[in-house]
Design a protein around this ligand. Structure first.
Ligand code: NDP
Length: 258
């Protein structure tokens, strides 16, 4: 029996990176998956790939998580295509790394619009149905920035701390209705986002090496390694795991010294 058989899942920002890996892992485990992504072309390509690899039911829907109406539309389309949603993964996120005092108002708003409002918009769209049905699992992709600070990375960690707070608050609020809300805090994961950050540094190769040197396992994580954790949290193997966060960082955040 596949671990997500008969489940319907919507994953935001699933065109590439961690979101695409989660969508593929969910489809492999038998879920019907909806890729809710800003860039519909990327989403369609990833959806085709997942269909080819798994033979599963896959739908791509253009979605901007910063707009609650857009997320609501994606949820309605998902439910029309596959039925009621069992799982939501709020994965869409952007890096906004600034110095607090030179950051613009737009930097602050952009960061919060995607990284925190986007997560709330997702929760808001699926919770009424999940609460009514008395079942559901929401997985929010936070970050180790949700409890650790790196100078110069403002305000991303502020938004990610908020994601953790939202996860706990909603997890407790809807626990009596059997709706679980959990987070995953990935450390460095090999995606476009990470490569973009290295490429913005004066010496990208040195920046990449410095990141690897900081890792206890001497490597960074793979999107599939986050996806495996999402499968677990979404599945019926985690019925009593709620309002908490699983860190997937190879032990990096447990290190006392660099
Ligand atoms: P990527 O940049 O590779 O992928 C993010 C995806 O989200 C892109 O497809 C992007 O679309 C989409 N997206 C961006 N804005 C929106 C929006 N407004 N509405 C819908 N989709 C949107 O990032 P990762 O896969 O690396 O990151 C995924 C999540 O994991 C993020 O929340 C990130 O903060 C978190 N994370 C990542 C880590 C890492 O090391 N990679 C570490 C810790 C946390 P488009 O291409 O069109 O912009």
């Amino acid at each position: 029996m596949k671990r997500l058989a008969d489940k319907v899942a919507l994953i935001t920002g699933a065109g590439r990176g961690i979101g695409a890996a989660i969508a593929l892992a969910f489809a492999r485990e038998g879920a019907a998956v909806v890729l809710a992504e800003l860039d519909i072309e990327t989403a369609r390509q990833t959806a085709e790939l997942i269909k080819t690899q798994t033979g599963g039911r896959v739908l791509a829907v253009q979605t901007d998580v910063t707009q609650s109406a857009s997320v609501q539309r994606a949820v309605s389309e998902a439910e029309r295509a596959f039925g009621a949603l069992d799982v939501l993964v709020n994965n869409a996120g952007i890096n906004v790394f600034c110095d607090p005092l030179t950051m613009t108002d737009d930097d602050w708003r952009r960061c919060f619009a995607v990284d925190l409002d986007g997560v709330w918009n997702g929760c808001r769209a699926v919770l009424p149905g999940m609460v009514e049905r008395g079942a559901g699992s929401i997985v929010n992709i936070a970050s180790t920035h949700a409890f650790k600070i790196i100078p110069g990375c403002f305000p991303y960690p502020v938004a990610k701390h908020g994601v953790l707070g939202l996860t706990r608050a909603l997890g407790i609020e809807y626990a009596p209705r059997n709706v679980r809300v959990n987070a995953i805090a990935p450390g460095y994961i090999e995606t476009q986002l990470t490569h973009d950050w290295w490429n913005e540094q004066a010496d990208p190769a040195a920046a990449q090496q410095a990141t690897l040197d900081l890792q206890p396992m001497k490597r960074i994580g793979r999107p599939e390694e986050v996806a495996m954790t999402a499968v677990f949290l979404a599945s019926d193997e985690a019925p009593f795991i709620n309002a908490t966060c699983i860190t997937v960082d190879g032990g990096r955040s447990a290190l006392y010294h660099d």
